[in-house]
Each structure stands twice: as C-alpha cells, then as structure tokens.
Design a protein around this ligand. Structure first.
Ligand SMILES: [Zn+2]
Length: 394
C-alpha cells in the first residue's frame, strides 16, 4: 500500500497552487525587525500559512514566540511511530537596493522578489507536501509536523521557542536553498564584541592618555595569531576550518580626544565539535594571555548571537531517507557541508537528527535580485514526499 499511497501523493502535487501561494507569500513583507527596525515580522505570514492549513482541515497552532513574531505549526498524524519535522522560516532580510522586492514577478520559470528563494520557496515546498498527502487522502507512514517559523535571520527565536516548549521529532528537514542537495553539516556562529578600555586625554598631549584605538590595532593581530593555529587544526572534512573575523570597529569621541574606548565586533564560525561556549572561553583565555599596553584593559562582552554547528550521522535513518527521496527525482543528489548557519542548529541541539534541504541557490539569498526556479519548488515537494515514505522504513 505504501507505494500506492506514495504515487497518489506525488500525483496530488499541484504546481499551479504552489506558484500562486509563493507569489502571495512574497507579496507579504516579512522583514526581520530584530536586525532591520521597521520590518513587519512574521505575523501576516503565519496567518496566510495558517489559512492554507485550515483549508486542509488541519488545525494549525498559531502563536507568538515574542509579540508579533509568530509561528504556525500543524501536525498530520501518521500510521507509524516516527515523527518527521518539516521546518522553514517566514522572515526575510532587508530589501535595500532592490527594484521590485514584493512584485512576485514571474519570468522564464522564475519567481522574483525578496524571500522568493530564502525562504518562502521552502515554506511552499514543505506545505505542498503536506497538502498533497492530505488532498490524496493518504495517511503518511510517519507523523509529519510542519512548522513555519519566525526569526531565523537573527536568533532563531521561532524554532527555539517551539523546541523549548517541547516540540520533538525523530528527524527534521530544515528548508533552506540547497539546490536540492542534502546538507548534513554546517558551521555555527558566535558573534560578540571585544571592548578595549584606555584613558581619555587631550589629543595635544597623547602621552597623558591611553589610546584605545592604538591598543586595539595591536591587540587584533595578536589575538588572531594566538587563535589561528588552533582553528586551522580543527578543520572539518565537510565544512572546513573554523574562522575568526573582526567585522566592525567603533572608537573615539572626536578628532581632538585620545580615545578611551574602542569596540570591535567579531564573527567566530564554529565547526561541529565546537560550541559557542567553548569558543567564547577560548577567546577569553587567549585575550588574557596577551600582554596589553600599561593602563589598557580589554574584555569580551556577552555574546549577541550564538548558534551551534550541526552535523547529522551520514549513515543514520534521516540522512538515508532524505537522500533516497532526493535521488528518486535527481539521481545526482549528494550530501554536503556548508559554511552558513541555519535553524537546524536550534533543533539538533535537542538531539533531533537534522538535515537542511530546499529549492533555490544560497547565492540568491539576501541578494539584490532574488529569484527561485519554480520547477525546483515542485521537485522539492516531490522529494519531501518520497523522504517521508523512505523515513518510515529507513
Ligand atoms: Zn534562510
């Protein structure tokens, strides 16, 4: 029966519905307001997705992670004991420099606009799989939980809240543009600030002050030199070596004052096996080991962003099932590692095996011209349906 059910579900995939819904979602501005103040957040997206779920007689749970940052979650009960979570995020990055961020224009099989690729295509592809099962009247062999979540582009508040409230599964597919390959490992991130404290003085008498900018100019290369060999030694076969990059610098009160403070933002990318906490401790220890100029003090502040690295067992049931599903429709589908972070880390840290998979190309994400190939969205839906059936027996 499983193969008849699978065939019925695949036949129920509806490309016209997918295109119409994706266009609707792209027309809804859902910029993440944590990073871009004035962004509308995800409430309207959650309502639109919930309306689709309601039309399938699934009773979605629509709830705020924090005010205005809304998740929509629905469960399609399966016949077997396993549960597969399908998760994709509804927020987007800013739209600066874009000519038509919300047009949802379609040309040459592509749909254009902010979020078309990252990540509304995955929302539609996953919801499309749930809809096809439902419309075909098929009870899936595993319980399928669909979650459209808020806040991935900053801290992952949407999925983190759901997991902290007890959402669990035997496996999870996180939708992000992977060009339909299966991402089994990705880096994590720690972002914070190094603050260098000196002493202010009139710039006509620099020796009376302790110049925090001068001190920073010495501390940054020394800190990088202390850390770099350790990072190089931790290279991971799929995602490469961890990195430390200084990304922002703010210092000085005016041109005629010796600066008493200099703040340097940094971005530390983590590989599987590292955690934000261990990376932070390592940086603090390395900083403590540096000899600073007399009268200068330096500290690393509480982190602003933390997301762990992720690595799924390449031989585990989830990876086998998703890869088998992908190869039904794309024989060349492969597993891979990527350097960017996703919501997968917030799921994997609760012990749920997780992969990242979805339509579109990550090079489109956040770009001034963003689009997704509509045939990839349809293919992603079929792959997810096959992954659901494969997961039951994997
Ligand atoms: Zn994304």
């Amino acid at each position: 029966m499983a193969s008849a059910d699978r065939d019925a579900a695949l036949r129920a995939v509806d490309p016209a519905w997918q295109t119409a819904l994706l266009a609707d979602l792209v027309r809804i501005e859902s910029i993440n307001p944590d990073t871009w103040p004035g962004g509308s957040g995800e409430a309207a997206m959650a309502r639109r997705v919930a309306a689709e779920l309601e039309s399938l007689d699934l009773s979605p749970a629509v709830a705020d992670a924090t005010p205005g940052r809304t998740n929509a979650v629905a469960t399609l009960k399966g016949s077997g004991p396993r549960t597969l979570l399908l998760e994709a995020h509804t927020d987007t990055v800013q739209v600066e420099g874009m000519d038509e961020p919300f047009s949802a224009r379609i040309a040459d099989g592509r749909l254009y606009g902010r979020g078309s690729c990252d990540d509304k295509a995955s929302v539609v592809a996953f919801l499309g799989a749930v809809r096809a099962l439902r419309r075909a009247g098929v009870t899936p062999p595993v319980t399928v939980v669909f979650a459209a979540t808020a806040g991935e582009e900053f801290s992952g508040i949407g999925i983190s809240t759901l997991m902290e409230q007890g959402l669990r599964a035997d496996g999870a597919i996180v939708g992000e543009p992977t060009q339909l390959d299966v991402v089994v490992a990705h880096k994590g991130v720690l972002r914070s600030e190094l603050v260098v404290h000196g002493r202010a003085a009139h710039s006509s008498s620099p020796a009376e002050g302790r110049n925090a900018i001068d001190a920073s100019a010495a501390i940054l290369p020394a800190l990088q030199a202390a850390i770099a060999p350790r990072l190089a030694a931790r290279a991971h076969p799929l995602v490469g070596a961890p990195t430390l990059a200084f990304t922002q610098i703010v210092g000085g009160a005016g041109p005629n004052t010796i600066p008493e403070r200099c703040t340097v933002g940094f971005d530390r990318r983590l590989v599987p096996g590292e955690t934000p906490e261990t990376a932070l401790a390592e940086l603090c220890a390395a900083l403590a080991g540096l000899r600073l100029p007399e009268g200068v003090r330096a500290e690393i502040t509480e982190s602003t962003i933390m997301g762990g690295a992720m690595a799924a067992d390449p031989d585990g049931p989830l990876v086998r099932a998703v890869l088998a599903g992908a190869r039904q429709h794309r024989p060349q589908a492969a597993t891979m590692g990527v350097p960017y972070g996703t919501d997968a880390s917030h799921i994997a840290r609760f012990g749920v095996p997780t992969v990242v998979f979805g339509p579109g190309d990550i090079s489109q994400a956040h770009a001034a011209v963003e689009w997704v190939d509509l045939s990839e969205v349809r293919l992603a839906t079929s792959i997810v349906i096959d992954a659901i059936f494969a997961f039951a027996g994997a």
